[in-house]
Design a protein around this ligand. Structure first.
Ligand SMILES: C[S@@+](CC[C@H](N)C(=O)[O-])C[C@H]1O[C@@H](n2cnc3c(N)ncnc32)[C@H](O)[C@@H]1O
Length: 244
């Protein structure tokens, strides 16, 4: 079922290729119900005694604070921003100062990448800043935002987030038919989860290759009937291991 909504000048449920920092300027305040994204971590590094990491130019010199101050305005509901630990406090402060209530969330990787393990602890923790406008939707009553999970076995992006966790965040903070913006869409995980859950999305992504990957993943979901019927990424109880 095609989506005929628009979000500002952009067709809803589409992947738009380009620099999101420019594209977002065309969106008005409170254009979407949820801003859910995974920003550049600025973690590409020359050798500092550990293995060299290079995700590409997009991962260098990204200003998380500037992103927050210009773009948190876009949601009428909540925000999730997956980020590096060095960015978390800037994002939480920006949320607070813009009138959101906030909480850090985390993904504890059950099988972290074995990297530099002879020199330092393995990297097993991913962090996410959560904020909500005080009256925004919240469906995860008395749940904690700590998810224990292995990375998805189907890998499309080096920084891919597990579909189940993104789905849990979407379910917690939106209702059927709501609209989600992911300006750093990568391989399209947010879009896939949104569609499977009967939500609408808008994705921006600078890399044409990742746009194509995202569109392919989305097409697989769209091939299923009842696109906007509320289905069904099954949330496993183990996700909430610390609460059971
Ligand atoms: C951390 S990754 C997101 C991965 C995603 N969560 C997934 O599951 O596939 C960030 C993505 O943002 C894209 N990106 C970086 N800077 C951008 C910009 N200014 N505008 C749009 N996309 C950008 C990168 O190409 C990269 O794919």
């Amino acid at each position: 079922m095609p989506c005929d909504r628009m979000i500002g000048p952009y067709p809803c449920c589409s992947v738009v290729q380009g620099d999101c920092l420019e594209l977002m300027k065309a969106l008005g305040n409170k254009s979407v119900d949820l801003l859910l994204t995974d920003i550049p971590y600025n973690c590409s590094q020359e050798s500092n005694g550990l293995r060299v990491l290079d995700y590409g130019v997009w991962d260098k010199d990204f200003d998380a604070e500037d992103f927050a101050w210009n773009n948190f305005r876009l949601t009428r509901g909540s925000i999730y921003v997956w980020c590096h630990e060095t960015q978390l406090s800037f994002l939480i402060l920006a949320l607070r100062q813009q009138g959101f209530i906030d909480r850090p969330c985390s993904w504890v990787k059950r099988n972290p990448t074995v990297i530099n393990g002879e020199k330092i602890w393995l990297p097993a923790l991913e962090l996410c800043a959560f904020g909500k406008r005080p009256a925004a939707t919240f469906n995860a009553i008395c749940k904690s935002a700590v998810w224990w999970l292995s990375p998805d076995t189907e890998r499309f992006h080096p920084n891919q987030k597990p579909l189940e966790i993104i789905a849990a965040q979407i379910q917690a903070s939106t209702n059927d038919g709501d609209t989600i913006l992911d300006p750093f869409l990568g391989s399209g995980t947010t879009a896939v989860a949104a569609l499977k859950l009967g939500r609408h999305f808008l994705g921006f992504e600078v890399s044409e290759t990742y746009c194509q990957i995202a569109r392919q993943r989305i097409a697989l979901v769209e091939d299923q009937p009842n696109l906007f019927a509320p289905t069904k990424i099954r949330l496993t109880p183990e996700l909430f291991e610390d609460t059971i």
